[in-house]
Design a protein around this ligand. Structure first.
Ligand code: G3P
Length: 229
């Protein structure tokens, strides 16, 4: 596992909620655990809501970037969809897939000053192209690589080295996070951001020894007969 350089360590790792469930976002937001939100067509489908309406509501809840994904596959249509999505709010990040057309759309939309998240990244070369096309975020999908027996975390490590070698500003947004260990390993590998389902973020607080220790403390406390309030 790589040790992040001191220059990387000055930035606070950002947590994005990978969901279009406004209730779950609100709960995490109260704890200051939501620096941004990522959605995709599958998450919009799961929410059962209209993309424009739910994205506007989410964008009003958080200060950080809210990714909304285009569904066109041709660059010119992606650009039109991206412009429409970007109009929803100032903090929209337009998500485009890592295809040749997606890169064209990334170049055009980032040239207009829009924040672009290039998604469905599965290789370091794809990440290099996205950075050159002006992406603000690159989203390597860790879990889906693990699904096919490829170490998703190695991709994060490779991109970190490449981006640092050339001082690319593109932020590494570790995506398709399925477990608390993915979060830890992404942090160790120096990902700038991780996006995870709210449940994974909640699970990060759990440890059986914490529960066991708390039970023991509370049992002993009962025996004292004391009260704090
Ligand atoms: O951020 C991308 C994410 O939503 C994909 O996750 O679990 O469907 O691979 P998953």
């Amino acid at each position: 596992m790589l040790t992040p350089k001191p220059s990387q360590a000055v930035n606070n790792m950002k947590f994005f909620a990978d969901t279009a469930d406004v209730g779950a976002i609100a709960e995490l937001n109260e704890l200051g655990m939501v620096d941004g939100v990522t959605t995709n067509p599958s998450l919009i489908m799961k929410s059962g809501r209209d993309i424009i309406e739910v994205t506007r509501e989410i964008a009003g809840m958080v200060d950080g970037p809210v990714s909304a994904e285009v569904v066109a596959t041709k660059a010119d249509e992606m650009i039109s969809e991206g412009r429409k999505l970007a109009e929803i709010a100032d903090n929209i990040a337009v998500k485009v897939p890592l295809t040749w057309d997606g890169l064209k759309a990334c170049k055009a939309l980032s040239g207009e000053g829009k924040t672009i998240n290039v998604t469905l990244c599965f290789s370091a070369n794809q990440a290099l192209l996205a950075a050159k096309a002006g992406a603000a975020f690159i989203s390597p999908f860790i879990g889906r690589l693990d699904d096919i027996n490829v170490d998703g975390m190695e991709l994060i490590e490779d991109i970190r080295i490449i981006y640092d070698n050339y001082d690319f500003d593109t932020k590494i947004l570790a995506a398709s996070i399925r477990s608390v260990n993915h979060v830890k390993d992404a942090a160790l590998a120096g990902a700038d951001v991780m996006t995870a389902p709210p449940d994974v973020i909640r699970k990060m607080a759990h440890h059986p020894l914490t529960d066991k220790g708390l039970d023991a403390f509370l049992n002993d406390w009962k025996k004292t007969g004391q009260k704090i309030l």
